[in-house]
Design a protein around this ligand. Structure first.
Ligand code: KG4
Ligand code: ZN
Length: 342
């Protein structure tokens, strides 16, 4: 089954084609196109929703055309589209385009929750050669992005239960806000990762918020305040201090994410851990996860999508639609910026 995915929840405009193989339940990536208005947002230090949506209007048709032409076949079985959560102006562009195409081409349309998409990035095979190991259930998934930090229990494709999430800022949001405090280019996550490479691990230490709370909630806004306090107390902020603070921030965020995910994995006796979302593109987080599972000599398998499938993309939305194939009448597809897990 060939599915065209369309994703416009934030500043990206994505279209992708996947082939879902019904016999062995695998998803092959056929094409994956992404246009970003990031350079425009770097100048303002954050996303301006109006600017993002205006750019998406320009990109959406060319991006879809490219995804289809790269797939080298005009055959399509269905269209999957992100309906939320996200920015309303941005979501509407993807949703209205997908509805129009569904009507004109007479193809079924499947509305997809963006957060499910991040989880389903784990099921995408990038090429035939990479024989993906089967993801065994139950699994615990950590969705860690600019808008969300959530732990969910995936009992099977039909049963996904929210365990906990951030009470304030998401991990990516914390990276972005702290990046701004340190005068680093937007988005803060990759900038802090880069700066941290030259950091001295002994220079600063920040709190690990809610690490002992016993639940699966997170809180990252205090970290931003702690950094602000340090920066205000410093005589001058130079490359050295930026590197040191970046490293301490990265360490604090990674520690909490791994600790809570492993706790959830233990409690629910899962067979797999799945990572997803932009922050999962962080190299240290990926390596540290691997290491902590090896240290515990765990039989749990860790799955981490390639970096370009951690950050927003349309392939993951199409994959989510394949495993949860539930087309609806195109008139009933509505953008919902507040959509969540339950
Ligand atoms: O999943 P995503 O592309 O969009 C949302 O759904 O939010 O995630 C974007 C977030 C941003 O906050 C960005 O700073 C963060 O992911 N991010 C990273 C890295 N790459 C992106 N954070 C830490 N390290 C990275 N390498
Ligand atoms: Zn996302």
């Amino acid at each position: 089954m060939r599915i065209l995915g369309i994703e416009t929840s934030c500043d990206e405009t994505g279209a992708a084609v996947i082939e879902g193989e019904s016999e062995n339940k695998k998803v092959k990536l056929i094409s994956n196109v992404l246009a970003s208005s990031l350079p425009l947002h770097s100048k303002t230090g954050g996303i301006i929703p109006e600017t993002a949506a205006r750019e998406q209007i320009r990109y959406i048709i060319p991006v879809i055309e490219q995804a289809l032409s790269k797939s080298r076949s005009s055959h399509l079985d269905a269209i999957a589209v992100t309906v939320g959560p996200g920015l309303i102006g941005s979501l509407l562009i993807g949703v209205e385009t997908a509805k129009t195409l569904s009507y004109i081409w007479q193809k079924p349309i499947i509305p997809v929750n963006h957060l499910f998409g991040h989880i389903y990035a784990n099921w995408i095979m990038e090429n035939d050669k990479r024989g993906m190991e089967n993801i065994l259930f139950p699994a615990v998934a950590l969705v860690v992005s600019g808008g969300h930090t959530d732990l969910v229990l995936v009992k099977n494709h039909q049963n996904i239960k929210w365990l906990g999430g951030t009470r304030d800022d998401a991990a990516g949001e914390a990276f972005d806000k702290i990046g701004r405090l340190l005068n680093l280019p937007y988005p803060g996550g990759p900038s802090i990762e880069k700066a941290a490479k030259a950091g001295n691990p002994k220079a600063f230490k920040f709190p690990r918020p809610l690490i002992g709370s016993g639940d699966f909630d997170f809180s990252f806004s205090g970290l931003k305040t702690a950094v602000l306090r340090e920066v205000t107390n410093l005589d001058k902020v130079n490359d050295r201090t930026v590197a040191d603070i970046s490293l301490a921030v990265e360490e604090a965020i990674i520690d909490v994410l791994i600790y809570k995910t492993l706790k959830a994995a233990q409690k629910y006796k899962v067979k797999s851990i799945l990572l997803g979302g932009g922050v999962a593109a962080n190299q240290k987080l990926r390596e540290r996860f691997k290491l902590s599972m090896l240290n515990g000599q765990s039989s749990i398998k860790l799955f981490v999508p390639p970096k370009n499938l951690c950050t927003d993309n349309a392939a993951m939305m199409a994959a989510a639609a394949f495993y949860n194939y539930d087309p609806v009448d195109f008139r009933k597809v509505i953008a919902n910026p507040e959509l969540y897990f339950d």
